[in-house]
Write a protein that binds this ligand. Structure first.
Ligand code: HXC
Ligand code: NAP
Length: 290
């Protein structure tokens, strides 16, 4: 039977005529979202620091989807490189409609072990990178009197925080605050801002930095998810395609969580009672009613 979670959702050509910039689009979730955007008829610019990776991805996706995809090297921490990426996009496709802030850096560590440079590198990629792209695109859209859509990939811990990934949590929280702030401030220009907060979706980039050995063999990322599975890339791509499409034209300032209920599982006072068996519940009820 085909995987029920890997089915595309939107109708054919749902993104035809749109040009989308995906930062970090050469690997992982960025690549999966790019693939679906191309299948739906969008033109996509994928960018990151490693041009060779981007060019290989672009060639494979052209072959797979027949879509138009341009690979552009751009370190999102550098504003001049972001402006150059925007100029390349306009030169190639004539316009840009969507910015997907997806590039990120992360690793687990006790915070007191981090050098200040290690803290900087994560915050710079995630927060500075997202505001550099957002500012450049926003200025462009406002000057051109053209509407635009910004979608940022955050995390569930952007709202609640998380131990051992503190620079990432602080930076993602900043991206979420920017998303909600600009949803109000730039609405008058026809610019929407939304975010997605994914739970665990296996990628080489995330798994190698968040679940390295000997942790990987001790910690199952699906175990804390009430649905008892990790996410399928197509499920995220479906949500992202909806949020960058005109079908979501009235959705603005929202962060959509897609995590199988994981973060709430950590939050509820009595959620750990999941471990009780029916026999234990019988015993407990008997004791209480006595
Ligand atoms: C402690 C570390 C470290 C580690 C690097 N550093 N790795 N410190 N523990 N594991 C320190 C270095 O010693 C250095 O500080 C500083 O960080 C910069 O390191 P560089 O290697 O020079 O940086 P750079 O080459 O730019 O690489 C950036 C990176 C790398 C973030 C460290 O991992 C990277 O390129 N990541 C991009 C992709 C990625 O991280 N994807 C995962 C996203 S997952 P000093 O002081 O020594 O100079 C995600 C999902 C979250 O966000 C939610 C999941 C459920
Ligand atoms: P990934 O494959 O490692 O993606 C991160 C991308 O960011 C890479 O393509 C990387 O490419 C790029 N990047 C890093 N630094 C950059 C910089 N300075 N400038 C431009 N690009 C840069 O990991 P992923 O799991 O797909 O993560 C994608 C997004 O999902 C991230 O925002 C992450 O926080 C989020 N997320 C993932 C999960 C998960 O379970 N996988 C869960 C929650 C949220 P280069 O190295 O070539 O620059």
């Amino acid at each position: 039977m085909s995987n029920p979670y890997a089915q595309p959702m939107l109708r054919d050509n749902a993104l035809a005529g749109k040009t989308i910039i995906v930062t970090g689009g050469g690997t992982g979730l960025g690549r999966s979202m790019t693939t679906y955007f191309l299948q739906l008829g969008a033109n996509v610019v994928i960018s990151s620091r490693k041009l060779a990776v981007l060019e290989q991805t672009a060639a494979e996706l052209r072959e797979q989807t027949g879509g138009r995809v341009l690979a552009v090297a751009c370190d999102v921490r550098k504003y001049d490189e972001v402006e150059a990426m925007l100029a390349r996009t306009i030169a190639e496709f004539g316009r840009v409609d969507v910015l997907l802030n997806n590039a990120a850096g992360n690793f687990i560590s006790p915070t007191e072990r981090l050098s200040h440079k290690a803290f900087d590198v994560i915050v710079d990629i995630v927060l500075r990178g997202s505001y550099n792209c957002t500012l450049a695109l926003g200025k462009h859209w406002i000057a051109a009197k053209q509407p635009g859509t910004i979608l940022s990939i955050v995390t569930t811990y952007a709202s609640v925080g998380s131990a051992y990934v503190v620079p990432s949590a602080a930076a993602k929280a900043g991206v979420l605050a920017m998303t909600r702030s600009l949803a109000v401030e730039w609405a008058k220009y026809g610019i929407r801002s939304n975010a997605i907060a994914p739970g665990p979706f296996p990628t080489e980039g995330a798994w190698s930095r968040l679940f390295p050995e000997p942790l990987a063999s001790k910690l199952d990322p699906a175990a804390n998810v009430p649905l008892k599975r990790v996410g399928e890339h197509q499920e995220l791509a479906n949500l992202a395609a909806y949020l960058v499409s005109d079908f979501s034209a009235y959705v603005n300032g929202e962060v959509v969580t897609i995590d199988g209920g994981e973060w709430l599982n950590g939050a509820g006072e009595f959620n750990k009672l999941e471990i009780l068996t029916p026999e234990m519940w019988d015993q407990i009820e008997k004791t209480m009613r006595r």
